[in-house]
Design a binder for this molecule. Structure first.
Ligand code: SAM
Length: 392
């Protein structure tokens, strides 16, 4: 879809075509195109059907709002899901004057800027891509936020963060060769982003969860966020209201845990093994989680905690240990046969075993289920057989 095709979608005729395309969701694509072509030309038909399909896909991230919003395939892929954007907007508001003026230096289709505007901020946003900027603008209008949002086509380098209460930036992590994990390959480039941050009163940067610690600006707070157990991103906060350090936050619950520097001890397997949430692991908060469950590490280098008390915590999934064995295919197969285990969830950390190959080599038989954890204990390949997780 190009800018002209998108502009046409916003006309009354385009909106009618899009509404009709939406009603045809799930229909055979050729039949849907034939039906729309009776009324609309090929370009509008194609734009409407593409947009309707994107809206359908976007409901996973944007819920009911998706049915009113506009997307590009890349813009949707790179956008922040509503719950995560709302969490950030709420934090930003809590630390600011009542209705902060925020600049979004690379807004995409607007996942973040919409949450900021809904939280009460006035947002001035830029994006270098004219179509993406037009989509962000249309989204603000579609959700009734047009009076709080302006979107311009511009380079982040031209942004003047001094003019706002806060800077927000979510640099693109895609290059022509696909996704990048190197902050130096972000767009806008990392040095530009850091330059903006250094001039901002308060800044909030969305970065990849795997960001090397050396890239975290001095004095910043780094927050790793997971949603329903999946690590989504890290956010770097600067400004007087954000205490330096590491923290992890779990959404949608909103639980948050800050680094205290506590170190976990190491010891033999107890009655339970706890697997910390990925956000806590990324934030190096395994010691803090071990303290919460009165546990110890099975191995000093690996994020599995063991303990004897059945602690209920959102920070870790608890499994009851049935047996701990040195890793051996024959012994594991025999142990699972003896227990009539036909279904296993296999988890691994610090193990080179190919999980799918192991599953097939185990030739499982039986009606029982178990969780099998492959790891190293005291530097030896080991396997922990556990009962299914206890409900939390
Ligand atoms: C990850 S997306 C932003 C997603 C957005 N936060 C959301 O939730 O929808 C990054 C955006 O940065 C834009 N961009 C890349 N380089 C830029 C630059 N130098 N200045 C401004 N925008 C830029 C890209 O066009 C892309 O739309």
């Amino acid at each position: 879809m190009d800018l002209d095709a998108f502009d046409e979608l916003l006309t009354p005729r385009g909106r009618r075509a899009l509404a009709e395309a939406g009603e045809l969701a799930g229909a055979d694509p050729v039949a849907a195109a034939t039906r729309l072509r009776r009324t609309y030309d090929a370009a509008l038909t194609s734009a409407a059907l593409t947009q309707a399909a994107l809206r359908e896909r976007a409901t996973a991230k944007f819920g009911d709002d998706a049915r009113l919003m506009y997307f590009t395939p890349h813009g949707l892929e790179q956008s922040t899901r509503t719950e995560v954007a709302e969490h950030r907007a709420t934090r930003l508001i809590a630390a600011q004057v009542p209705a902060p003026g925020v600049v979004d230096a690379c807004c995409g289709i607007g996942g973040d800027l919409l949450a900021l505007a809904r939280a009460g901020c006035t947002v001035e946003a830029v994006d270098t891509d004219p179509l993406t900027a037009a989509v962000a603008r249309a989204n603000a209008e579609a959700l009734g936020l047009g009076d709080r949002v302006t979107v311009r086509v511009a380079d982040a380098a031209a942004v003047e963060p001094e003019r706002y209460d806060a800077l927000f930036a979510d640099p693109a992590r895609r290059t022509s060769r696909g996704r990048t994990f190197d902050p130096m390959a972000y767009s806008p480039p990392w040095p530009v982003v850091l330059g903006l941050v250094s001039r901002a009163r308060t800044a909030c940067l969305k970065v990849a969860p795997g960001i090397p610690y050396t890239f975290i600006p001095e004095g910043a707070q780094a927050e790793w966020v997971s949603f329903k157990g999946e690590v989504k991103e890290a956010t770097l906060w600067t400004g007087a209201a954000h205490e330096a350090g590491r923290r992890a936050t779990l959404l949608p619950g909103g639980h948050t845990l800050a680094a205290t520097g506590v170190e976990a001890g190491t010891g033999p397997a107890g009655r339970y093994v706890y697997e910390p949430d990925g956000a806590a692991i990324r934030a190096h908060l395994v010691g803090e989680v071990a303290e919460l469950v009165a546990g110890r590490l099975l191995d000093p280098m690996i994020a599995y905690i063991t303990g004897d008390a059945p602690v209920v915590t959102p920070w870790a999934t608890r499994y009851e240990i049935d047996d701990v064995l040195p890793f051996s295919l024959k012994k594991l197969r025999a142990a699972l046969r003896e227990r009539k285990i036909g279904n296993v969830t296999i988890k691994k950390r610090a193990s080179a075993v190919d999980v799918e190959r192991l599953r097939s080599d185990l030739r499982l038989k039986g009606n029982e289920s178990a969780v099998v954890i492959l790891t190293r204990i005291a530097d030896k390949p080991s396997v922990i057989i556990c009962n299914q997780p206890s409900p939390i």
